[in-house]
Design a protein around this ligand. Sequence first.
Ligand code: FES
Length: 261
Amino acid sequence: MIKLNIDGNDIEVEECTTILEAARKANIDIPTLCYLKEINEIGDCRMCIVEVEGRRGFATSCIQKAEEGMIVHTNTPKVVEARKMVLDLILSNHERDCLTCVRNGNCELQKLAQDFGVTDIRYEGAKNKHEVDDKSPSIVRDFGKCVLCRRCVSTCKKVQGIGAIDCAERGFASCISTAENHSLNDVNCTFCGQCIVNCPVGALKEKDNTKEVWEKLKDKETTVIVQTAPAVRVGLGEEFGMPIGTNVARKNGYGIKKIRI
Ligand code: FES
């Protein structure tokens, strides 16, 4: 076990525990953005920086391991100012159409900006321009909102084992891309949506078919079936009187080839 002190609290943690996890164990809040426990621990965004007595500069708490006798300060004026700077820089290259964003009210970046009282953007300048990729049937990627946290990349690679997306380019031109920058629709993406679940902002979102559904509802020539459960391929068969659990997506199943929704 390792003994350290965080914000005046003596804490004991197992060897190899990060400062962030040690702080969480003691209910001390350190803000994070790129960190996803056991999935994305890359120390990229620097929101989690802390001061360690006797060390120059800041320590990145999500990757820095706790050490015996360490004295850590998580909330000094210097730390707060540096985190504000990080937020300012991220926001300077971010589409700030929060009111119409799907993640409005549920956005980690928005919450951090509120928590740190970021109301003015100090740095205005060049912005990365990328087209919105909405060619896939279910996932929309809006690069203008990407914070390059790489949580989607790690989730796709480590959790789903697919690796459809990765980091591309360098420096200011860095972006999350697919092989040869194809649309998600044209690579090995399975449209599982786990990247959306772990995106902290509105850079990845589900495709919204509400408008099309309204159009179909207005069309008197179309019989509209609404299925809200996630397992459409199974639930739909039940609605047609088939045994529960019948997979109507099977080609050799019950002969349902096309159902208009
Ligand atoms: S949360 Fe630690 S660097 Fe992003």
